[in-house]
Design a protein around this ligand. Sequence first.
Ligand SMILES: NC(=O)c1ccc[n+]([C@@H]2O[C@H](COP(=O)([O-])OP(=O)(O)OC[C@H]3O[C@@H](n4cnc5c(N)ncnc54)[C@H](O)[C@@H]3O)[C@@H](O)[C@H]2O)c1
Length: 336
Amino acid sequence: MNILLTGGSGYIGSHTVALLAGAGNHVVLYDNLCNSHADVVTRLNRIVGRSLVLVQGDVRDADLLERTLQEQRIEAVVHFAGLKAVGESVADPLAYYDNNVTGTLCLLWAMQRCGVRTLVFSSSATVYGDPQYLPVDEMHPTSAVNPYGRSKLHVEEMLSDLAASDGDWRIACMRYFNPVGAHESGLIGEDPSGVPNNLMPYIAQVAAGHRDRLSVYGGDYDTPDGTGVRDFVHVADLADGHLAALNYLGSSEGAGWHAFNLGTGQGYSVLQVVREFERASGREVPYEIVARRPGDVASSYASPDKARLILGWQARRGLDEMCASAWRWQRYGERL
Ligand SMILES: NC(=O)c1ccc[n+]([C@@H]2O[C@H](COP(=O)([O-])OP(=O)(O)OC[C@H]3O[C@@H](n4cnc5c(N)ncnc54)[C@H](O)[C@@H]3O)[C@@H](O)[C@H]2O)c1
């Protein structure tokens, strides 16, 4: 299949590129490189053993998108491109609505004009807001507690309206829980600029000695060890989930709009992750418990049953592999 991956040189996009290209698809990366580097493609070429196409462009550039969809004879799009930092979205909401909502709108116009109507969208568990029950399944009410979450929710609603208006659309919204880990080759992984927003890259930088200690926000939650519990899911399992979604959308049942949780269904606390990372790296990870962060909840984890039953997808990699691969990637980055 000919597949366009917007945001294909980013963290989750690059792992999905590796999988889809490795499975023999013609993949085209479309990325404005605002949060990634073109040399990711050089490393992807090493992984897949051939030269991949990167179109450097913005999803808000409808002309370039249309040209790319036509010239590359694209049949399906996986849409990763977007901004993802919650704090930044609170400080600059217009940038988030512009990039995430207007960007998706431009993409949909271009796809419609070119007759491409199969789309897998990177959504997030953030569309559930604060969990009202656990595990969180796809029937859980949606709500958003910050502009980033609202941008994802707006896009999901736009996609649902579109699918309801025209039965030719085949759309899957993938609601990721907490993506972590890196490719088994150690050649690609999460590459945050500045201070990492996410737990695992922060721990990796502490283990490598680049930061003094990890601040653990809250040690008095109603959880087994008092620290927050989250559903961490290996990025390679997420990549498998996108392949499964594309296969489903291409099947006789795939028409319409669908939402799927991508998580393991198993919650791990922050301190469990710290201990597993210490084991995987052989390094100490000093930490201190500090005050809770406003807006954080005690526990959140998915029910992945729908993805298992309908897509035949299930996360296969455990916390040990998540930590070991993140450490391998951290070590690779230091050799660059
Ligand atoms: N990583 C997570 O924790 C997480 C969790 C839930 C959902 N998501 C969603 O998954 C998607 C991918 O996340 P990621 O972690 O790989 O992020 P990332 O920042 O590593 O990748 C996003 C890519 O999109 C590109 N991009 C951004 N705006 C663009 C635009 N207007 N035009 C073209 N390219 C653009 C960036 O350069 C980057 O390469 C995002 O939509 C994000 O909101 C991520």
